[in-house]
Design a protein around this ligand. Sequence first.
Ligand code: ARG
Length: 708
Amino acid sequence: MNRCLSFLCVILCCLPVWADEGMWMLQNLTPKDWNKMQSMGLTLSPEKLYNDSLPSLYNAVVHFNGGCTGITVSNQGLIFTNHHCGYGAIQSQSSLEHDYLKDGFIAQTQAEEIPIPDMVVRYLEKSISVTDIILDSIPENISEKEREALISKKIAQVEAQYRKNYENTFIVKVDAYYAGNEYYVNIYRQYSDIRMVFAPPSSVGKFGGETDNWMWPRHTGDFSVFRVYANTDNEPADYSENNVPYKPIYFAPISIEGYKEGSFAMVMGFPGSTNRYLSSWGIESRVKSSNEPRIEVRGVKQNIWKEAMLQSDAIRIKYAYKYAGSSNYWKNSIGMNRGLKRMHVLEKKQALEKQFADWVAQQPDNPTYIHTLNLLSDGITHSMETNKIRTYLSEAFWAGTEIIGLASEVDRIHSQEVEYRETLFNDKILPFYKDYEPSLDKKVLAAMLQLVKDHIPAQQLPPEIVAIDKKYKGNFSKFAEELFKKSVFLSPDKLKSLLLNDKNFSKIEKDDAYKLYKSVRASYDALNNSTQADKDKIKQGNRLFIKGLREMNPTHHYPADANSTLRLTYGKVGGYPPYDGAWYDYFTTTNGISEKYDLTDPEFNVQAEIMHLFQQKEFGRYANEAGNMNLCYISNLDITGGNSGSPVFDGQGRLTGLAFDGNWESMSGDIAFEPEVQKCIAVDIRYVLFMIDKWGKCQRIMDEINIQ
Ligand code: ARG
């Protein structure tokens, strides 16, 4: 019996762990990694996946507009990404006459594709390690400030060197990995003539709205379609009528064969940031100094916005994008605080720190890591309260009250030479008014002032807020009422003329909105500066902790935290137990839309014509084995914000879906990966194609793509 048991244990312990943490840097994948992927179902050869001198799969992946990912699916620069990644564009092109948010958008001809100002995509050309050059001869015992100065100088030199080797249409950027223990130069080609081709109605692209956001099971058709244009030499160029569709180095084939429980899956994309090496003190600070104040402040603001959005279509269109952006990380913060507790992340981190401390104690002759944990605990604990106040101020004013954000932008433009100001005003300030509703912002301002007064100790309140409180006897609504009656920020023409003439700027300086902005800015900056020594300690502590960990476990492949650079994550399609006694399946179907459908709730209301399409069940080649259509599916891939729109590939490198979200049970996943429950939610490519083909009847897209 015992022998059997230990035999079983050997088998179990040797079984590979499928659920794998890791947003891997493609250039660093080892033969062992490739073997593992192949044993799990990858059949595409490594060279076809990543080879920086021959066309390969990674060449099809784009960093979409700074914060998302997309995938090139045709030899005419067609890009698939998420609906929520194209949301800003869809919203900005919408009006009461052309409500693309509500009705969707279909360019049935190339001429109907809409150019999106300021939108860009980047293709990664190469990523090369420059750690040796950057860290060469950086002395160990210098202050963090001196170190930073030396490293910035080296980075500038390396970037300049690489820029010489490339034409100026390339973007060259050195990025830090492993908290500054490694550096890579990333070279991109950036295209800036991007046009909107197709968007489903929000009832599909955002089905489930904020209620379903960060949740599984999901029924969201979260996709949109854009096209990259280039000049006639296929080079990046600003928008021009003469530009032509871009011919990519590689574009991804699409599979409509689907997947099963256990099928191999991989994602390539540009994850924004994770904090997997955050210390136990860092977790406490994240919970109390960032997440809690954010949850509170955004909650108040969002309630004000939501009420108005429900009452007016014009306001709904104006605030849809802003609301979604605010709500996304509001809900994320709620889920993260809950997840950190539920997953006992603090205790796990404390156990790791104990292990680290024991390892350090075992080598009394090595002084490198002696202070590491103290640097972290001192720096974080000492700055926690200050950071909490800063979060209240930034959430209430920079992100909360739009008129204060506007004042900040005006101030920035004022710091520029007079001759540039008009263009800046036209580019940065004028578009703001299109989606601005002063009557709403007035309510927000009063609520924000009250919140801040209630939570920030009186002696640390910005003096202007103290003065307003006194003058208006705590009646912030009255103050807001008066401000919105008089402020020059409410009339763009007047504001512009004052801004363009230095003599008249004093009128802006006397404006209540500007005075409030200036006072909050001064307090905020002072708080920020007061924690500089702590920030240095934390930075040094982080760098040493990661370096030490890798030294402590030299055979363990520690993945680098996300930093908006290209990564690969691989794993398997499969369900998970959300809570004791329950199991969530790995895919959803149109049946779920009928189950969730609610005519009275804008988040779950779907146009009759689309419901009809689903009910007819004529899914043709997009149907699953049971004759139904899959909408979304999950796999244990390691993704985060920035991965939105990332291609999910099968083992042959064919596109099977687009990643768009994480699940509620793993909201602490950016801090600690949770192998049991952490999932990547993707929209099934068959649903995407069904919408383009059967709903949009957009044959020209179907003709362009390559279904294999
Ligand atoms: N949570 C997803 C992400 O961060 C989707 C966000 C957009 N959707 C929404 N309902 N706000 O990528």
